[in-house]
Design a protein around this ligand. Structure first.
Ligand SMILES: Nc1ncnc2c1ncn2[C@@H]1O[C@H](COP(=O)(O)OP(=O)(O)OP(=O)(O)O)[C@@H](O)[C@H]1O
Ligand SMILES: [Mg+2]
Length: 352
């Protein structure tokens, strides 16, 4: 505070020192008022304006030597003071507008973070309810089969063939339950997003390396079309990789049994100032006919051993990153899954 007012006085002094020899008081003092207002704010700006007007009046209009009042001199001081006050006032208005803008932006970011957190929690709540329901079913089946198995074994002679079948069903149900739990745990484990600077191309390449042997096994060719020079952005690397794994695995599943070309194309591009679009397209069986199958809902699966969690988890991750995930049919066949990511959290050095 003291510093800011000190600066105003200093500016005034410097303006006086410069203005005196060249006899240009108005411009020098106005410059001093502008600097004081810009650096110090309204108070120092006004102080500088007052001091300048005084110096202008007393020293430059020779009021000390000629105390007689000249109307033109009075007018000069009034015009100077009005200009100085206007400059100080305008700069203050500009500063306040900037501050308000900054505050609004912060509020917006906070609100968006809250919303992402909220939608994530809602998704988790839904998942928990679904899991309870889904896991309950294989457990009940296991108990029924275990009881049956005991009965087959208690027979005289024991029916080993039936007992073996019942045991097999128990193993299947147990495997399914543990799969559901482990998929869900992945989701909860990465529940708190880690925020780091990530490169989408790197994440895509990493995922492809991970899944290439699986694709090759089914004679699927992978092609990428990644826009060069996409900016890095703040996100959760593991979660985004999880989305890519889910989408590519789905595409591979969809193409396993189709005749004809099996092609997986992954592309990334910048669609808007603050948005990246990633798309995964395949030439597989295509999307189930709408609207009977809501593929993005948890536990909706058309696969024998699918948990139906892949897309639900992926959509929730993408939404937590300020984006959207959707699917459209591919031509002439197959499906295209696309998601956007908000990249507004770029650190300063990336924006320059
Ligand atoms: N690329 C695709 N082509 C055609 N259908 C798809 C594709 N991806 C997803 N689907 C449909 O959406 C359903 C849900 O997919 P999701 O990934 O959520 O579960 P899942 O793949 O069945 O099970 P999991 O992911 O646990 O293996 C799939 O069962 C399938 O019917
Ligand atoms: Mg899946």
């Amino acid at each position: 505070m003291l510093q800011r007012y000190g600066l105003a006085i200093l500016c005034c002094g410097v303006a006086l020192a410069v203005a005196w020899p060249i006899d240009a008081p108005a411009s020098c003092f106005l410059l001093a008022v502008t600097v004081s207002s810009l650096v110090g704010g309204l108070g120092p700006g006004l102080l500088c304006a007052a001091l300048s007007a005084l110096a202008f009046d007393v020293l430059f209009l020779n009021r000390l030597l000629q105390p007689a009042f000249l109307p033109t001199d009075g007018l000069r001081v009034v015009v100077f003071l009005a200009t100085a006050l206007l400059v100080a006032g305008l700069l203050e208005v500009k500063r306040r507008a900037e501050e308000a803008g900054k505050r609004a932006e912060e509020d917006l970011r906070e609100a968006r973070d809250d919303l992402a957190q909220l939608s994530r929690m809602t998704a988790m709540g839904e998942l928990t309810a679904f899991i309870a329901h889904e896991v309950n079913q294989p457990i009940a089946a296991s108990v029924t089969n275990a009881n049956a198995c005991l009965r087959w074994l208690a027979g005289d002679p024991p029916n080993l063939e039936e007992a073996r079948d019942a045991t097999r069903s128990i193993v299947e149900a147990g495997t399914r339950a543990s799969e559901i739990i482990s998929r869900t745990r992945q989701f909860f484990k990465t529940g708190m997003p880690q925020r780091e600077l990530v490169d989408m191309a790197e994440i895509i390449d990493g995922t492809i390396v991970l899944l290439t042997s699986e694709a090759t096994r089914y004679a699927i060719t992978i092609r990428t079309s990644l826009a060069s020079g996409l900016p890095k952005f703040i996100a959760d690397r593991v979660q985004l990789q999880q989305v890519m794994v889910n989408l590519i695995t789905n595409s591979i599943d969809a193409m396993k049994d189709v005749a004809g070309a099996r092609e997986l194309v992954i592309s990334s591009e910048r669609t808007a100032d603050r948005e990246i679009l990633v798309s995964v397209s395949d030439t597989g069986v295509g999307l189930p006919p709408k609207p009977t199958v809501q593929i993005f809902d948890a536990f909706v699966s058309t696969k024998r051993n699918g948990t139906g969690l892949g897309l639900a988890i992926s959509r929730s991750i993408v939404q937590a990153h300020g984006g959207r995930l959707w699917a459209t049919p591919n031509t002439p066949r197959g499906a295209v899954f696309q998601f956007t990511l908000a990249i507004e959290d770029e650190p300063l050095d990336q924006q320059l």
